[in-house]
Structure formats: structure tokens, C-alpha cells
Design a protein around this ligand. Structure first.
Ligand code: HEM
Length: 478
């Protein structure tokens, strides 16, 4: 047997032992009334069933079948080597979101934690609060509004370069160039397209290994992701070193981008992030900040291609905004506030097809939920799939209806594409702006039809079109 195979075997044996110890420890408490469910096979548990649902892009079906089978809105399963309790519906979301630092804390699978080492995803309690506050002081609406004209310039340049003059385009890889360029520019002031393309291909490798078994052996997705993450870190470190000098010599401005902002800003106790914390947080934001949005933009293009009346309504709103401006004038904050219908459309897209399936917490003490005992140390999962299409929360849940978001909108905790509570997505405003700026620019120039109208989307780890979403472009009459 080759050395590599022996190492894999040893690794699997160790994982098996760890899992069995965990289960034995749990079964030592026969009096515990655990939620119903099945822990499945050692290590793999129900991972494959879960992964199949991801590939079908249908988490609602997976969750619905389990809820029906156990007649419960909370059930246990096991994935990637850990027993997990799945909380469903608004009550489950509310419980997990409002119990952060009381009964639960944020938790990510080991692959995510290992790849994003010193970043926010590995911080809990007060440390997380401080770090979130620092990152939020750049990602809030007041700061981001200054970057709107820049976002508009990038969107226009992107469309001129990659869409104009084409009869057919593959949406998914192309919108990634836009969201990644935007993130590179606003976070690191990287504008050179060759540099961006090189970084972007490393990110693709990073992304493919972020959710899965963290086996760091040559040939595994995780190994390639670790290598890619280290290469990206090296790159950010070089930029950071140079930036520090430029800031000292006043060749760079403290407010020019996220990097400068993090170098010059301390938390209220006067503590600055270390260089490694800055690097890992920028890695996190580059990842979180472009991949989710490219998924949403691809979905928006898909829904608008299928729903001409919705497209016409979005176009009308965007044309009215342009008509109120001088020729060539870039988008300003006030313009984006007028894009209400377009944002309702994007919101309805995220209700029907949430780009992120959900996230995780860990029980930090024993507690009860819905009369079941949840033991300390167990992993907990909230999800978008169990509430977004619940007919008791959304009438005719399969029907596209942007008006659901008018007025007060959905009931609390039923619509959760960005999560909730103290660990809610930090980039919601950034995402809103980049999505609306793109919608503004694309509908004014083109309408389109889908080459494969029935093309499916799968979770890998974000929702992505199976064939990249080819579309045929037609110049819009505007
Ligand atoms: C439409 C696009 C996006 C969606 C659907 C989305 C969704 C999510 C979700 C579901 C979570 C987990 C929240 C929880 O566990 O309660 C999350 C966390 C996070 N997101 Fe987003 N996100 C998007 C865009 C962005 C952008 C643009 C950025 C950064 C610029 C970003 C940065 C983050 C960060 C840093 C976290 C971790 C927060 C923490 O652990 O405290 N996201 N996002």
C-alpha cells in the first residue's frame, strides 16, 4: 500500500474513533430526550443525502421530507463527522438568532475554520463583537455611499468589456468578474485586470474546498483550497506592507479602501487588528463579498429572462432614474434609494432561490428547545429552506411576486437570506448596492432570453447554474 493511502486510512480510523467516542458519550445519557432523527453511519452520517439535495439545489425538499418523517420542526442528523440538530421555520430561526452568547455561539465546519484562521468566522463573544464593529465601520451605508459612483463606473466598464458586442454570454463566470473586481477595488484598491484575473482563479480553488471534509492531502479539494488561501494571503501581505509605507508617506488615503481603513482604525479600547487578522479578514470578505452576490446576480438574470413583465417593470424604474440625471452622470445614493421595485425583485429572487442554504451554531450549554434536550457541544443548523416556501408564511409560495416585500414585508424570522441576530451577514448593504448598480446598468442596455429555460441551479457551496447560464442578448430599446 502506498504511503498516501496509509495516511488516508489512518486519518479515517482516527475520525471513526472520534465519532464513535462522541456517540458513546451521548448515549451515556439515556435519559436525554433528544430531537427525533437519524445519526446515520459513522463519520458520513447523512452527508451524502445532504449533498444530493445540494446538487439538486432543493433544500426545501430535503428539509420538508425530514420534518414530515419525524413530524417535528427540529430533528437531529449527522454530517461531515458531527451530530447536528436542524432547527426549522421562524421559531427555530428566532431561537438561534436571539440566543447568541446565551445558549449558542456561531460555528462553522472545520474546513471553513481552517481556511479562514484569524478572521471573524473564528471569533466569538466580545472579541467577535469588536471585530464586527471594526469591519462594519467600513461596510455601513454611510461609508459605502461614497463608493457608489465608483461601483457604477466599474459596472459600466465591465459591461462594455464583457457584454457589449456579444450575441450570447455565459452569465455565471462573467458576473463573477464584476463582483470580484468590485471587491478587489473597494477592499484593496486593485484595479489592474491581469492582477484581478490571477487572484480570481486562486479564489475558485479556494471556494471549491471550503465546504467538505478537511483532509489536507495532495489531490483533495481541501488541499488545493489551503494552497490557494496561502497564495492569496501572501499577495495581500505584500499589498499591506506597501500600504503601510504609503500611508506613512501620505501617498495613500486612510479612507481609500477597506485595507487602509483597517490599518488606521482601532476598536474603542484602542486595539488595532494585527497584520494577520487584517489579512484573514480581507480574505474572508473577498470570499463572502463576491461569491454570494454573483450567485444572486445570476439568479436575477435567470428570473428576469423568464418573466418579461417583471423585466419591463424593472426597466421602467431604472429608465426613470436615468431620465432624472445629466448624460454621463454617475449613480448617487439618492438614485439607489429610488430602486424600490428592483430591490423587491432581488429580494423575491432570494426568497425563491436563497443563495446560501443556512449556517451553523454550537450549543455552549445544555438547554431545551421544543421540549427536547440539546446537549452542550452539539452543532445546530438554521436554514432558509424551511421557511421561504412555507405556504403558511408566503401565500402561493412558488409564485414570483415582488409585491410581498412592499409595506411591512414578510413576518419576522420567516425571510432570512442574510441570517439574523448578532451574527447576521455583515455585507447586506454592500450586496444591495452592487446588485442594484448591476441591475440598473444591464436592463438599460439589454434584454435577453435563456438558452436553456429549464436550467437548474445547485449548491456548491452557493447556488450556481449547472451550465453557467448561457443567455442570448438583444439590445434594449432604451
Ligand atoms: C446577497 C449576498 C449575500 C448573502 C445572501 C449573504 C448571506 C450570508 C449569511 C446567510 C451569513 C450567515 C449569517 C448567520 O449565520 O446568521 C453571512 C455571513 C457573513 N457575510 Fe454575507 N451574504 C451576502 C453578501 C455578503 C457580502 C457582500 C459581504 C462582505 C462584503 C458579506 C460578509 C459576510 C460576513 C463577514 C459574514 C460573517 C458574519 C459573522 O460571522 O459575524 N456577505 N452572509
Amino acid at each position: 500500500m502506498e504511503v498516501n493511502n496509509l495516511v488516508v486510512l489512518a486519518f479515517i480510523v482516527v475520525l471513526c474513533l472520534l465519532f464513535i467516542t462522541k456517540i458513546v458519550r451521548l448515549r451515556k445519557h439515556p435519559n436525554l430526550d433528544l430531537p427525533p432523527g437519524n445519526l446515520g453511519w459513522p463519520i458520513v452520517g447523512e452527508t451524502f443525502e445532504f449533498m444530493r439535495a445540494c446538487l439538486e439545489g432543493n433544500m426545501t425538499k430535503f428539509l420538508g421530507e425530514k420534518m414530515d418523517k419525524y413530524d417535528s420542526r427540529v430533528f437531529k442528523t449527522s454530517m461531515f463527522g458531527d451530530p447536528i440538530v436542524v432547527f426549522c421555520g421562524p421559531a427555530g430561526n428566532k431561537f438561534l438568532f436571539s440566543n447568541e452568547n446565551k445558549n449558542v455561539q456561531v460555528w462553522w465546519p472545520s474546513s471553513v475554520r481552517k481556511l479562514l484562521r484569524l478572521s471573524l468566522v473564528n471569533k466569538v463573544g466580545d472579541e467577535a463583537k469588536m471585530m464586527r464593529r471594526l469591519l462594519m465601520s467600513f461596510l455601513n451605508a454611510e461609508t459605502l455611499r461614497n463608493f457608489l459612483p465608483k461601483m457604477d463606473t466599474i459596472a459600466q466598464h465591465h459591461i462594455m468589456t464583457h457584454w457589449e458586442g456579444k450575441d450570447e454570454v455565459l452569465v455565471y463566470p462573467i458576473v463573477q468578474l464584476y463582483t470580484f473586481e468590485l471587491a478587489c477595488c473597494l477592499f484593496l484598491s486593485i484595479e489592474d485586470s491581469v492582477h484581478i484575473t490571477k487572484l480570481s482563479s486562486k479564489f475558485e480553488e479556494f471556494l471549491k474546498g471550503i465546504i467538505g471534509f478537511p483532509i489536507n492531502l495532495p489531490g483533495t479539494r481541501f488541499h488545493s483550497a489551503m494552497k490557494a488561501a496561502n497564495a492569496i494571503r501572501k499577495e495581500i501581505k505584500m499589498i499591506l506592507k506597501k500600504r503601510k509605507v504609503d500611508l506613512e508617506e501620505k501617498r495613500a488615503a486612510p479612507a481609500q479602501d477597506l485595507l487602509s481603513h483597517l490599518i488606521v482604525t482601532s476598536d474603542p479600547s484602542g486595539r488595532f487588528m494585527t497584520e494577520m487578522e487584517i489579512i484573514d479578514n480581507i480574505l474572508l470578505l473577498l470570499f463572502a463579498g463576491h461569491d454570494t452576490s454573483r450567485s444572486v446576480l445570476s439568479l436575477v438574470m435567470s428570473y428576469l429572462g423568464k418573466l418579461p413583465q417583471v423585466y419591463e417593470h424593472v426597466l421602467k424604474e431604472q429608465v426613470e432614474i436615468s431620465e432624472g440625471k445629466e448624460a454621463g452622470e454617475l449613480l448617487q445614493w439618492e438614485d439607489v434609494q429610488k430602486m424600490r421595485y428592483s430591490w423587491n425583485v432581488a429580494s423575491e429572487v432570494m426568497r425563491l432561490s436563497p443563495p446560501v442554504g443556512g449556517a451553523y451554531r454550537e450549543a455552549i450549554k445544555d438547554f431545551t428547545y421544543a421540549d427536547y434536550n440539546i446537549p452542550k457541544g452539539w452543532k445546530l443548523h438554521w436554514n432558509t429552506g424551511s421557511s421561504h416556501k412555507d405556504p403558511t408564511l408566503f401565500q402561493n409560495p412558488e409564485t414570483f411576486d415582488a409585491s410581498r416585500f412592499e409595506g411591512a414585508g414578510p413576518t419576522p424570522y420567516s425571510y432570512v437570506p442574510f441570517g439574523g441576530g448578532p451574527r447576521m451577514c455583515l455585507g447586506q448593504e454592500f450586496a444591495r448596492l452592487e446588485i442594484l448598480v448591476f441591475m440598473h446598468n444591464i436592463v438599460k442596455r439589454f434584454n435577453w432570453d435563456l438558452v436553456n429555460p429549464d436550467e437548474k441551479f445547485k449548491y456548491d457551496p452557493m447556488l450556481e447554474p449547472l451550465k453557467g447560464l448561457p443567455i442570448r442578448l438583444h439590445h434594449s430599446n432604451f
